[in-house]
Design a protein. Structure first.
Length: 18
């Protein structure tokens, strides 16, 4: 779903930042 994809994207960005 759109929500699922959004959460996944945010998590990926968080990993890259850290």
């Amino acid at each position: 779903t759109f929500l699922e994809a959004d959460v996944n994207m945010v998590g990926k960005i968080n990993e890259e930042v850290q």
